[in-house]
Design a protein around this ligand. Sequence first.
Ligand SMILES: Cc1ncc(C[n+]2csc(CCOP(=O)(O)OP(=O)(O)O)c2C)c(N)n1
Length: 192
Amino acid sequence: MKRRDVVRSLLKNRKDLLVVAGLGSTAWDCTAAGDSPLTFPMWGAMGQAAMMGLGLALAQPKRRVLVVTGDGEALMGLGALATIGVQKPANLTVVVIDNERYGETGMQKTHTAHGVDLAAMARAAGFATGVLLRDAAGVAALRQEIHGAAGPNFAQVKVSAEKIPLVLPPREGALLKSRFRAALLGAGAALE
Ligand SMILES: Cc1ncc(C[n+]2csc(CCOP(=O)(O)OP(=O)(O)O)c2C)c(N)n1
């Protein structure tokens, strides 16, 4: 599958879904699907996307939270799976867009290219679900899960390793934080 198609279908009609986008390519994918104040891109912060999603999911238990991140990024923060497995936020889904490469830095192979099974790791850590997806039907089912199923849910979605044009979100961290807080909590919260 192609990563932009996968992320576009996951974010279709996203309603009030809160999205954390991992560094680099997954942030460009989310922006290509439509920039939103309710998407928080991690820019250069590697290994922290799932933990950011956990914090949001715990702080906002009535909202659905989606983390979309890369395999390299997820591999850097594997301990996050264990912490999420213990905390068990029912409203959190973590999706790894797995091109088996460190795309941004030159397409070096990651461990998933050598068979590391992140979905099995998530199940072993205590996620409610952990699936490996290779087709559009699986992605459509995953979108339903993101909006409704009791989590925490995890999906590793295999995509082709392609170099595609960047579609960048705003660069300014303070702006990204403020617009996210304003969209989630109201205009006054952006000033806090
Ligand atoms: C701590 C840290 N180490 C290294 C980098 C450099 N870096 C930026 S993007 C990237 C690769 C990300 O790979 P992956 O998460 O698999 O994303 P994709 O292949 O989809 O681009 C790396 C190594 C960084 N930003 N932070």
